[in-house]
Design a binder for this molecule. Structure first.
Ligand code: UDP
Ligand code: MG
Length: 342
């Protein structure tokens, strides 16, 4: 196998010099969602190939191109000729969650490792993940040990988000855990069996359960390019997470409605009493206008909140596929083994 194709001289893991360690039993698939990550993939793939070659008996790498407009397709056409490397190109940008779903569906491994293409997820963690998997842990997820590298607004927003997400009916979404994780085949099959379109992966990983273990890490700097998640996209993702996994906003709207109704009723009683016993009808212009505006605002917010949930239901009932594939390159090792056997 020639895995030195486009290998950078400074690659950390060089299979020529690496000694083979007692290999991991079973096949390991690595899925990498990538959106305009040509420069990063060119660095990541040689390092990852060498690492997997060193640690695993059988492995595959699947790059899911989430509608890249850069030179990713050209790069991957070359890489897909290498044994074990596969390329799935989606027809447009469907978002990272859909790309991960495509990767999970394509993966044949007994364990699947999901990692970003931008080198922020340190490869050095992978051997530890593999060892924990061999010891019987079904899901090993990497958790950021701190967020000091992020702007304070993002840190505060993240903390608030996890706080709001806390009421997930027995499902505990671990804070600061992302998509960088190893999953046993059982976990992958459970995730694939979930029919929902709104894929809030962090929530789904927690929902399926299984024996899970956290592995702290410090994310590295993005090697090339900038993050795809700007403020509004993160806000959208947070809204998806909250509406897909909690119903407390609806309950809150109901409680607010009941509270205001009770207060209005009491105020109404007071006004009637005042009219009957005192007879001095107040001019009341300010009160009426303020109350009207306030309740109109509360009504609109409540409608918006309910609308969010109806939007989710609409997405679900349409039942569209999560993604559309344009092309697949590279052959699955499991399928090839089956073909050879028959
Ligand atoms: N990504 C993707 N589709 C998108 C956005 C991002 O497949 O629409 C991929 C991206 O190429 C990278 C990973 O998801 O491999 C994480 O994205 P990014 O680094 O932009 O996010 P951050 O690390 O800032 O959370
Ligand atoms: Mg990143």
């Amino acid at each position: 196998m020639n895995i030195h194709f486009i290998t950078r001289p400074d690659s950390k893991y060089d299979s020529k010099h690496a000694t083979k360690i007692t290999p991991v039993r079973g096949m390991v698939s690595c899925i990498i969602p990538a959106f305009n990550e040509h420069d990063n993939l060119a660095v990541l793939l040689p390092e990852l190939c060498a690492l997997l070659e060193q640690w695993c008996d059988a492995w595959e790498i699947i790059v899911i191109d989430d509608g890249s407009a850069d030179k990713t397709p050209e790069l991957m056409t070359h890489w897909a000729r290498i044994d074990g490397v596969r390329y799935v190109q989606l027809s447009r940008n469907f978002g990272k969650e859909a790309a991960i779903a495509a990767g999970l569906e394509a993966a044949d491994g007994d364990a699947v490792i999901c990692l970003d293409a931008d080198m922020q997820h340190p490869l050095a963690l992978i051997p530890n993940m593999l060892m924990r998997w061999q010891a019987g842990v079904e899901m090993v997820y990497a958790v950021r040990s701190d967020r000091d590298d992020e702007p304070w607004i993002k840190r505060v927003g993240t903390r608030l988000f996890y706080h709001l997400l806390a009421d997930t009916r027995g499902v505990e979404v671990p804070p600061n855990a992302g998509d960088f994780r190893l999953m046993d085949r059982k976990v992958v099959d459970a995730l694939l069996a979930l029919p929902e379109r709104t894929r809030f992966m962090k929530g789904l990983y927690a929902w399926v359960g299984f024996r899970s273990e956290a592995m702290p890490y410090l994310p590295e700097q993005r090697r090339h390019g900038v993050s795809h998640y700007h403020f509004f996209r993160l806000l959208g993702l947070a809204m998806t997470g909250i509406t897909a996994f909690t119903t407390w906003p609806l309950r809150l709207v109901g409680i607010a409605g009941a509270t205001f109704a009770a207060l209005s009723f009491m105020y109404g009683l007071y006004l009637v009493g005042d009219y009957l016993f005192d007879g001095s009808a107040p001019s009341g212009w300010t009160t009426i206008v303020t109350a009207l505006l306030f309740f109109a605002g509360v009504n609109l917010i409540s409608l918006g909140m309910i609308g969010e949930y109806i939007g989710r239901i609409f997405d679900e009932v349409k039942g569209r596929p999560l993604y559309v594939t344009r092309q697949k390159r590279g052959r699955s090792r499991a399928k090839r083994a089956k073909a050879q056997a028959s």
